[in-house]
Design a protein around this ligand. Structure first.
Ligand code: DX5
Ligand code: ZN
Length: 217
């Protein structure tokens, strides 16, 4: 099955953001991935709902908003109002994960749950009945351009098993250090949505890397 490709604008030229988003859309991207960082859950600060709303105006693709922030439940409505179609929270930031997922659904968005590289995959089990997407971080969140952590492949396979057992359609997304080689590993393990920043935006032409990722399996 051809994977969905979600370019992360973290690696784009922010001075020409609408043009960059238009170029990846024309090159075959399926979703636009937006990395929101708060300087607490992860050290860097990126952007908030205003930028998501600017991207929404320049692009018809679904917006996939990855919240690397503490207390994400306070921000869900603002990101939804800004145009987020998928809102992913980190399990590590949600003591009341089920309630937060419900809140995302009530806002009208699809709900994703992400885990860091050292968080046990089993913790996703109880939320299988409700989540629309699982995001396995294949680097420690916070920065683009890092190397894929090899143990991620087994974690993706373990998540794929959980999803199969749940008999629900849950997207299995992987984020961090994705290139044509690591994409192959992730897809063979069962991932079906690839986030890629540097690998796409670091190239002069966006069509070739997106096509290579689509064909990686
Ligand atoms: C890391 C972010 C990723 C990152 C991926 O915290 O969640 O989306 O931008 O970047 P690359 O593809 O450069 O590893
Ligand atoms: Zn991300």
């Amino acid at each position: 099955m051809t994977p969905l490709i979600a370019p992360s604008v973290l690696a784009a030229d922010w001075g020409r953001l609408s043009e960059e988003v238009g170029r990846v859309a024309a090159a075959g991207a399926d979703w636009i991935h937006l990395d929101v960082m708060d300087g607490h859950f992860v050290p860097p600060i990126t952007f908030g709902p205003q930028l998501v709303s600017a991207v929404k105006k320049s692009c018809a693709l679904p917006l996939d908003v990855h919240l690397m922030i503490t207390n994400p439940e306070r921000q869900i409505q603002a990101f939804r109002d800004a145009g987020a179609d998928i809102i992913t929270v980190h399990l590590e930031t949600c003591p009341h994960l089920h309630r937060t997922v419900q809140q995302i659904h009530e806002s009208g968005a699809k709900a994703g749950v992400s885990i860091n590289p050292a968080t046990a995959v089993e913790l996703l089990g109880p939320i299988c009945a409700d989540a629309d997407l699982f995001l396995i971080m294949s680097v420690n969140p916070g920065w683009g351009g890092q190397r894929y952590i090899p143990a991620s492949t087994a974690r993706i396979a373990q998540t794929a098993k959980l999803i199969a057992e749940s008999r629900r359609d849950i997207y299995l997304q992987v984020d961090g250090g994705i290139n044509s080689e690591t994409a192959k590993e992730a897809l063979c393990a069962g991932a079906n949505v690839l986030v890629a920043g540097t690998y796409i935006f670091g190239k002069p032409d966006y069509k070739a890397p997106i096509e290579l990722l689509k064909k990686a399996s």
